[in-house]
Design a protein around this ligand. Structure first.
Ligand code: PGA
Length: 260
């Protein structure tokens, strides 16, 4: 795992955006895995800025989103379809037909999940998967005890996730209980992973992801199994890391490392 710790959310978001832009410049037809939630908003803002000011081009890009609530129509203001359109897609030039987001309203979840997995493969696999982390250590909606080899499927949300997400809904009862989500196994097949986290509320989950055992109780700990996982943190979310000095030492010494 490669850790980058920045002094603020804005700096963390900028550094993560540079990573995505570097990939796009090297591979203009990259397949990008997208994430929702409040954390990646800064990263999306930076990418939109790069598109508008520096001509960062998404015209050959394909995207696959991690998850979607079950039961919300695509135009519901809390659906992840709506979130992605408002916060990213309407500001950049990803072709409409290249955008894939799990359907929360399909009549046949099993068939849809199999189709989604297959579509990722047909498009060549995900080059870089953007991820957030839940306060319970989840990635996408892979709640505690999700198999580390799980695939795209229907999932029942854990109560802490419903509590966390109720801030976006009028009442707690309005938060959907089910979601469709890529599995941990699906995520681990991406060529690169890019996880962003900020704030004190994530410090425990981040410490367990980076320094705890690999366990389905913290599905983000599966990143330890991935050969190219990049984690971007602000100082607050890095606050409980025991070996933080070491990670910062690596970060400082990296520019001088022998070139491959
Ligand atoms: P957040 O959600 O970015 O809104 O904190 C993260 C997640 O649950 O993956």
């Amino acid at each position: 795992m490669e850790l980058t710790i920045k002094s603020s959310y804005e700096e963390m978001s900028k550094a993560a955006a540079v990573k995505v832009a570097d990939l796009l410049n090297a591979k203009p037809n990259a397949v990008i895995g997208m994430a929702t939630g409040s954390t990646p908003l800064g990263l999306y803002k930076e990418l939109v800025k790069m598109h508008k000011n520096e001509g960062l081009d998404f015209s050959q890009v394909t995207t696959f989103n991690l998850d979607e609530y079950v039961g919300l129509p695509v135009d519901h203001d809390q659906s992840y379809h709506y979130f992605m359109h408002e916060n990213f897609f309407k500001h950049v030039n990803v072709p409409h037909q290249n955008i894939y987001i799990p359907s929360g309203t399909t009549k046949n979840f099993k068939a849809f999940c199999a189709w989604y997995e297959n579509r990722i493969k047909e498009c060549g696999g995900v080059d870089i998967q953007i991820l957030g982390i839940g306060s319970d250590g989840h990635i996408a909606f892979n709640e505690p005890t999700s198999s580390l080899s799980s695939r795209t499927r229907l999932k029942t949300l854990a109560k802490p996730t419903i509590d966390d997400n109720s801030r976006f809904f009028e009442k707690r009862e309005d938060v959907p209980i089910y979601a469709i989500t890529m599995g941990v196994g699906t995520i681990l097949e991406s060529r690169e992973l890019l996880l962003v986290a900020n704030g004190k509320g994530k410090a425990d989950a981040v410490a367990q992801m980076v320094e705890g055992p690999v366990t389905s109780m913290i599905t983000a700990s599966a990143l330890q199994l991935h050969p190219s996982a990049h984690v971007f943190l602000d100082t607050e979310s890095a606050g409980n890391l025991k070996m933080r000095d070491y990670y910062e030492w690596i970060q400082a010494k990296k520019p001088g490392a022998p070139k491959l």
